[in-house]
Design a binder for this molecule. Structure first.
Ligand SMILES: Cc1ncc(COP(=O)(O)O)c(C=O)c1O
Length: 451
């Protein structure tokens, strides 16, 4: 059979019932052996991909608006990324940057550092994942400040290792039964404008949270001079694609500067051009002391990075290390990814994001179950509610929409309790955006008919 990817298909092509016979077989086999902790929403069994199209094991082609959880920024198997990986794999696969040198490491570090705002020079540490970047950021903030307390936000997700999990406050299941986590961490509310307890807008939500931080936490719990870092996702990812207001991030920076606290931006999901800028914090014009990146950085190869001000990343040899982080093959993929994002995809993310937001501008009027449409660029959240007045969360309807979209050939994921997330590859075109919008409209209409 001619594969969908061979024909350069741009839109879905479904040829079997879903799941098809081969997909069913893989799902059964998987269930018997794989850890039950994975959270698959629907039985999509991937075989190959190209651009924004992924094909399953039965020859069904889907339009991918999930991109492997916001990872495949340049689409699936971009020829230039594949070529870079193949060339590097034939030359040198591994050496370990912790103990040896290879030239591509500083080359990528220089390019990443140049993308981070601020006059001060930067230093870079490569990791294997977002979690490892966050884990390293915790250690770096402690090391640099000689303090051990941290502030994080409800709804934020920073990873699942014991340190990163201590900062994560996304879903209780992620912590349940794992016992004591890191001490000295306080969580405060995230400025979630749609559900702002004080009725503020997406520009003004959060003033009371900052008052709580300065007036309560810093007075009653932690002396600010004991606080090593405040970590925030400038746009909350797993929590439901919620952007923090510009003033809020600016004020957070002011508070950090005032007390010598490290401002850590977790841009694992929101970074690398997805929002139309390299980093989401750029919209607020702030300069984080420590930045965590991963996901979209290498088009699917496992790579993360901690990028910090030079005066912050001054830990001594041996203080931190990793065997695989910054592997030459991952770096080659990242360099090709950066070329593509710089070349056209960042701009395309901004353009296609504007286009889709314009298409969805009337969705809260058109659909009574759409409470909010938000985000930036190609990081878009659609929050579903049972009632627009009470804003009762409609987790079941969100799950229904995600499942129906799959059956119509569109891959999307949920985020938070009741939000549909759109995180397509940054290369999508108008035709693909239109298909996604039309399909979601159909799914929302079907969901509405259920209440
Ligand atoms: C903002 C953020 N930080 C950290 C992580 C953890 O990254 P990883 O799954 O690569 O360890 C994620 C993953 O979803 C994330 O969205």
């Amino acid at each position: 059979m001619i594969t969908a990817t061979e024909t350069n298909l741009k839109l879905p092509r479904l040829v079997t019932e879903l799941p098809g016979p081969n997909a069913k077989r893989v799902v059964e086999r998987d269930a018997a052996i794989m850890s039950p902790s994975y959270t698959r929403d629907y039985p999509f069994v991937a075989k190959r991909g190209q651009g924004a199209i992924v094909e399953d094991v039965d020859g069904n082609a889907f339009l991918d608006f999930a991109a492997g959880i916001a990872v495949c920024s340049t689409g699936h198997c971009h020829p230039r990324v594949v070529e870079a990986i193949q060339k590097q794999a034939a030359e040198l696969i591994h050496m370990s940057g912790t103990d040896f040198y290879y030239e591509s490491m500083p080359i990528l570090a220089e390019r990443l550092a140049a993308m981070v705002p601020g006059n001060e020079a930067k230093k870079v540490f490569f990791t294997n994942s977002g979690t490892e970047a966050v884990e390293g950021a915790i250690k770096l903030a402690r090391y640099a400040t000689k303090r051990d307390k941290m502030i994080a936000f409800y709804g934020c997700f920073h990873g699942r290792s014991m340190g990163a999990l201590s900062l994560t406050a996304s879903k209780a299941t992620q912590r349940k039964n794992f016992g004591a986590l890191l001490s000295g961490i306080e969580h405060i509310p995230y400025p979630y404008a749609y559900r702002c307890a004080h009725g503020h807008t997406s520009e003004t939500c959060g003033a009371e949270i900052l008052e709580q931080l300065e007036g309560q936490i810093f007075k009653r719990l932690f002396d600010p001079e004991d606080v090593a870092g405040i970590i925030i996702e400038p746009i909350q990812g797993e929590g439901g694609y919620v952007p923090a207001p510009k003033f809020f991030l600016q004020e957070l920076q002011r508070i950090c500067r005032q007390h010598g606290i490290m401002l850590i931006c977790d841009e694992v999901q929101s970074g690398m051009g997805r929002t139309g800028k390299w980093w989401a914090h750029e919209f607020a014009g702030i300069e984080p002391d420590i930045l965590c990146s991963a996901k979209g950085i290498a088009s699917g190869m496992p790579l993360g990075a901690i990028i910090a001000r030079e005066s912050v990343m001054r830990w001594k040899p041996g203080a931190h290390g990793t065997t695989f982080g910054g592997n030459p093959v991952c770096i080659a993929a990242a360099l090709a990814t950066m070329d593509l994002i710089e070349g056209e995809y960042r701009e395309n993310a901004a353009k296609m994001g504007d286009y889709m937001f314009a298409r969805m501008a009337d969705w809260t009027k058109k659909f009574k179950i759409v409470g909010d449409v938000r985000g930036r660029g190609l990081m878009i959240g659609i929050e579903l509610v049972r009632d627009q007045r009470t804003k009762e969360k409609a987790a079941d309807l969100r799950n229904f929409v995600v499942d129906r979209a799959f059956h119509k050939g569109l891959l999307v994921l949920g985020a938070g309790e009741n939000t549909v997330r759109l995180s397509p590859p940054l290369l999508i075109d108008k035709e693909q955006a239109d298909f996604a919008m039309r399909t979601l409209e159909e799914c929302l209409r079907e969901a509405e008919a259920k209440i």
